[in-house]
Design a protein around this ligand. Structure first.
Ligand code: NAD
Length: 491
């Protein structure tokens, strides 16, 4: 074990430029999901701590210089944060693997560089923005200013803690707002380091605050009801989004929600299976299936169903489940005991619904030191009834359901039959069909013959219960700004 993975850390709150302890000395433990060892003791933010963080963010917003400095100066500091993240890439990736249980290469190759890119991208993008002008004959000129809104609560889930926090922090800071951030309680480590990273990059005290704790009746609720908070950017479960919306209603907070998903990954008979199968395996089992965009329902045209099942099962059986710090591991454990219990309950549900088990469904054989980890094999079911619970509900684990279909119309009906609409995937070599189906699947992102490819300028978000609003490019900037019209008499 390296020093990074063996140490038990003390994680404090970051308020007004300083790491501080919980005002009530309340702490909670965080466990390594691969072993159940305690890896951190975290200070829980009380109502008073959240109040201090929100007031610090308010003061930093009102008094400047963050909001009033030039965009160039502000963005240079955000870019410096991105550079520091890349300088600390290995450390951050090791911690993310430790905390979440994801394989180290996933964090090192993708998530940490993407986190740096999130900040870099929004700094660059912000510098390129102009605004509209509307001349009225020769007499008046209207022009638009995009001004920061104020104090933002940024609340993120545990599956991609660092990447998703920077995805919100980039546009929040680039537009001149200040932030109170809360990572999810099982995975506080990497986000906690954003405090020292912001400080080292020259971001003024109070602009970035980080509080730790739980959701209901705790830190999350205090942040979403606080009168000094103007807007909430939240990623997490649909049910949590509902609670936050209610809590923010009294003070009329602006909200952006990225919520759950249950994507249909539709494989037509003319698909190139040499590409569809490995990508569908990734879509189902990356991060142990704990990805909102996971292709967790695979709809396969009946004429190729048996062949697909055999080849998919064969590919899944080759995935190496094991220690997240080992670079040859493809799949780590689930994030926590609570989540493991939720996911494995679906194995029972699948049996009750007469789903046919194709592969997995139990704890994998692992070395002794991982015997307490929250591990589950990649698990594949066939289910003919698309209304079954495993076809409708977000499991958020390494359980995928294969559903046969006969016609394009039937595939569309199944794809659109859940309450979610985050994304969809289509595999076909027929260009007309690709467009036709892409236009009719009710979801925010449709990938054709690919998955998980993102241009950060493009809108990202969900239809139906998968979200409210869009993030990405100018959509993010609009959320974090107030548009103001100035009308000037020219004579
Ligand atoms: P969660 O909703 O349980 O928790 C997310 C965050 O909200 C945590 O920080 C939690 O402490 C906080 N929270 C919980 N209750 C709260 C409350 N009442 N008030 C304020 N904050 C509260 O979600 P999770 O289990 O951490 O993450 C998994 C979920 O996130 C899945 O549904 C997944 O689909 C979704 N997700 C969506 C996207 C997307 O972009 N759409 C990305 C990643 C994850």
């Amino acid at each position: 074990m390296t020093e990074i993975t063996s140490k038990t850390r003390e994680i404090k709150l970051f308020i007004d430029g300083e790491y501080v302890t919980s005002s009530a000395n309340k702490t909670f433990a965080v466990h390594n999901p691969a072993t159940q060892d305690v890896i951190a003791i975290v200070h829980e933010a009380t109502k008073e701590d959240v109040d201090r963080a929100c007031l610090a963010a308010r003061r930093a917003f009102e008094e400047g210089p963050w909001r009033t400095m030039t965009i160039k100066e502000r963005c240079a500091k955000i870019r410096r944060m991105a550079e520091i993240i890349m300088e600390r890439r290995e450390e951050l990736a090791r911690l993310e693997a430790l905390d979440v249980g994801k394989p180290f290469p996933v964090a090192y190759e993708f998530e940490i560089p993407r986190a740096a890119h999130n900040l870099q991208f929004f700094a660059d993008f912000m510098e390129q923005q102009g605004s509209e002008t509307y001349p009225m004959e020769e007499e008046y000129l209207n022009y638009t200013r995009y001004e920061p809104v104020g104090v933002a609560s940024l609340i993120t889930p545990w599956n991609l803690p660092f990447m998703l926090t920077t995805w919100k922090l980039g546009p929040c800071l680039a537009t001149g707002n200040t932030a109170v951030i809360k990572p999810a309680e099982p995975t506080p480590m990497t986000v906690s380091l954003l405090g020292e990273i912001a400080k080292a990059a020259g971001i003024p005290d109070g602009v970035v605050n980080i509080v730790q704790g739980f959701g209901p009746h705790s830190t999350g609720e205090f942040m979403t009801t606080h009168p000094e908070v103007d807007l909430i950017s939240f990623t997490g479960e649909t049910t949590t989004g509902k609670a936050i919306m209610k809590n923010g209603a009294d003070t009329l907070k602006r909200v952006s929600f990225e919520l759950g998903g249950k994507a249909a990954n539709i494989v037509f008979e003319d698909a190139n299976l040499d590409k569809a199968i490995p990508t569908s395996i990734r879509a189902a089992f990356l991060n142990s299936g704990q990805v909102c965009l996971a292709g967790s329902r695979i709809l396969v045209q009946r004429s190729i169903f048996d062949e697909f099942v055999e080849r998919f099962k064969d590919a899944a059986s080759k995935l190496k489940v094991g220690d997240p710090q080992d670079s040859s591991t493809n799949m780590g454990p689930l994030v926590s005991k609570e989540h493991y219990d939720k996911v494995t309950r679906y194995i029972k549900i699948a049996e009750e619904e007469n789903s046919k088990l194709v592969f997995g469904g139990k704890r994998p054989e692992l070395p002794d030191y991982l015997k307490h980890g929250f591990y589950l094999e990649p698990t594949i079911y066939i289910q003919e009834n698309p209304k079954a619970r495993i076809c409708q509900e977000e499991i958020f684990g390494p359980i995928v359901t294969l559903i046969p279909f006969d016609t394009e119309e039937e595939a569309l009906q199944i794809a659109n039959s859940t309450e979610y609409g985050l994304n969809g995937v289509i595999w076909t070599d027929n260009l007309q069909r690709a467009h036709r189906v892409a236009h009719r699947v009710r979801a925010g992102t449709i990938w054709v013959n690919c998955w998980f490819v993102r241009d950060l300028r493009a809108p990202f978000g969900g239809f139906k219960k998968s979200g409210i609003g869009r993030e990405g490019g100018h959509h993010s900037l609009e959320f974090f700004t107030e548009a103001k019209t100035v009308c000037l008499a020219l004579s």
